[in-house]
Write a protein that binds this ligand. Structure first.
Ligand code: ZN
Length: 605
């Protein structure tokens, strides 16, 4: 019996010697998780109950090895770090509905000074203590109180624990604790080894670990985000090296001028062009009915591979398709192929402008567009300013377009219907207001206002896009329009914005991943390339995901190269209609959305 007691004492020593630390930090871990559960409606992760015991035991074990004086310092520092992380995490959960992670880290590292002061004004105030942050701060105060003022009480408690070996309560507690430590080691060791492997992984292997990265304490998430950022930077170097080696086989210069317009956060259900009851796209409708110059063909079944701008850009600029096993960085970007072929490439963006100060670099996807080597490899001309409203881009474009080139690719990237919808259209062009949504009995006035703002932004986007098309009416030009992804604005779900990656319900897929997509050809283009125009019209109901956009672009230019696949070209006769459209590379869009359509039909019968 004495022998067993001895072993138990050895096992419990790390906890015993750091008891206050262990107990309070365990509470901290559980509270942090519960705040996520309460605010984000997450499920309780039972794993975390054990992983916190495991992690804290290991920390206490390391502390026990240290000399007493150093131990106190290190213990204090680790507690401060963990409390801070929990506070920041709860803050993000409360304000942005997101935990500490890659996105939040990017925003923090890439925000400029003006933005940070706006941020402090907006979010840092006493009200924040009424959220989960307040609970953590309260725990911290208790911890401090306990650590500094109740020394004698603590001593008495520990004394009791130490010397009353024979009280039943004490025995149960000790045996129970040893049991918990064993269970935690049994459950968590493998996953902790995986975390270490992930930290040492290279770009090629990282996907194997990220898919298994389910247990997430703020500390883990931070480590993970730092690693991801580091890998992203390495990926950019590899990507830039790849672009230097890019070669094309032949180019027939099929189309003289190809224009790609990339919109932002466009909900298909809010486009009159696709049957919305409000007049949000009058100009596009006119062009579809051919009462203006040229002809617009609206595609009916197009989706985006992601609801995050950066991931959409990565996928729709690269010859890499989302289901490709090999790494994204080892594929050419289509603007590079165009330049290789002799096209003059212009990029006009209202979001990812290269900044001289490098202070504000890119929050959501300018990474490979703004990195110096990559930008030079892709573009001949770029604009230098962002504008309050998208129409500002056009005058900047006119001043840039002084060059003379027979073959051109122009890419416009708009702010479109980006969040803060009311800021996307000038006051005098707003048409919709609360009174236009009387039929929406499900919404209160502030929600109705948001829908009105969104529709005004969509209407303004119609005007901007139409103004771009006007520029090409007398030219031999073909224009492709697509937004990066959809959005939520009180349609199927009573919310706005976008849900974090991982939510793939039919409602979310329809609102956030399904997008408008159309191709417009000028009269000159139709006359000169009647065959292509017919192909465009024939293809309008094909199922398409925009990660394969580069193959369409290359086809329109007549560029052939190793990575070009005609089966991925939307308008080609060889287009693969049976391609599985995997959102995020894992979710079969058609099986989820079509299945629920069938269910609905069944219900209505
Ligand atoms: Zn976006």
């Amino acid at each position: 019996m004495k022998q067993i007691e001895k072993y138990i004492a050895i096992i419990l020593r790390p906890i015993h010697e750091n008891l206050t630390f262990f107990v309070f930090l365990y509470l901290l871990g559980i509270l942090t998780m519960m705040i996520e559960v309460w605010t984000l409606n997450y499920k309780i992760q039972r794993f975390n109950f054990f992983s916190w015991i495991f992690d804290l035991y290991i920390i206490c074990l390391l502390l026990t090895i240290l000399p007493h004086k150093i131990r106190i310092g290190v213990r204090f520092l680790s507690a401060i770090i963990l409390y801070l992380l929990s506070i920041i995490n709860s803050f993000c959960v409360h304000n942005f509905y997101a935990k500490i992670g890659t996105e939040i880290l990017n925003v923090m590292l890439e925000t400029n000074k003006r933005e940070s002061s706006e941020f402090i004004e907006k979010y840092i105030n006493l009200e924040i203590l009424q959220s989960g942050v307040g609970i953590i701060v309260l725990l911290l105060l208790f911890h401090l109180l306990f650590a500094f003022s109740f020394k004698s009480f603590r001593k008495w408690l520990i004394h009791k624990w130490e010397y009353q070996h024979f009280s039943i309560f004490n025995t149960i507690l000790r045996y129970g604790m040893v049991f918990l430590v064993f269970i935690s080691f049994f459950i968590c060791t493998l996953s902790r080894i995986r975390v270490i492997q992930l930290m040492m992984a290279d770009i090629e292997q990282v996907d194997n670990y990220t898919n298994n990265f389910s247990e997430n304490t703020p500390f883990n998430n931070l480590l993970f985000s730092i690693k991801m950022r580091q890998l992203a930077n390495r990926g950019l170097t590899v990507l830039a090296d790849t672009q230097e080696k890019v070669e094309i086989d032949t180019c027939t210069y099929t189309s003289d001028h190809i224009v790609l317009i990339i919109g932002e956060s466009y909900i298909k259900d809010h486009a009159q062009l696709y049957g919305y009851s409000k007049e949000t796209t009058p100009c596009q409708i006119k062009r579809q009915q051919k009462s203006e110059h040229g002809c617009l063909v609206a595609f009916t079944d197009v989706i985006s591979p992601s609801n995050l701008t950066s991931i959409v850009f990565k996928n729709s600029f690269s010859m890499h398709s989302i289901e490709d096993k090999s790494n994204w960085s080892s594929f050419p970007l289509f603007p590079v192929l165009f330049r290789q072929a002799g096209y003059n490439v212009t990029f006009i963006t209202n979001q990812f402008v290269q900044s001289l100060s490098t202070d504000i670099f890119n929050i959501s996807g300018g990474l490979f567009l703004n990195e110096k080597r990559l930008s030079t490899a892709q573009f001949d001309h770029r604009n230098t300013m962002t504008h309050q409203f998208d129409i500002g881009l056009l005058s900047e474009y006119d001043s840039l377009r002084q060059f003379n080139s027979a073959h051109q690719l122009t890419i416009f990237h708009l702010a479109g219907q980006h969040i803060d919808f009311y800021k996307r259209s000038p006051e005098k062009m707003k048409k919709f207001s609360i009174s236009d949504y009387q039929e929406r009995k499900d919404l209160d006035n502030s929600a109705k206002q948001l829908v009105a703002d969104y529709d005004n932004a969509t209407l303004y986007n119609d005007y901007v896009v139409d103004s771009i098309l006007k520029k090409y009416e007398s030219e031999d030009a073909i224009v492709i329009y697509m937004p990066d992804h959809g959005e939520e604005c009180y349609d199927e779900l009573q919310r706005m914005g976008r849900l974090p990656v991982g939510n793939y319900s039919p409602e979310v897929l329809r609102q956030e991943y399904r997008i408008p997509f159309w191709i417009w050809c000028s009269d000159k283009y139709i006359n000169k390339h009647l065959e292509i125009f017919e192909q465009v019209k024939d293809a309008k109901n094909r199922p398409f995901m925009i990660d394969d956009l580069p193959h369409l672009m290359l086809y329109l230019a007549g560029i052939h190269c190793k990575t070009y696949q005609e089966t991925r070209c939307l308008i080609s006769d060889k287009f693969n209609m049976k391609r599985k459209r995997l959102v995020a590379g894992i979710i079969d869009y058609d099986s989820i959305v079509t299945n629920t359509k069938n269910n609905r039909n069944n219900k209505s019968h």
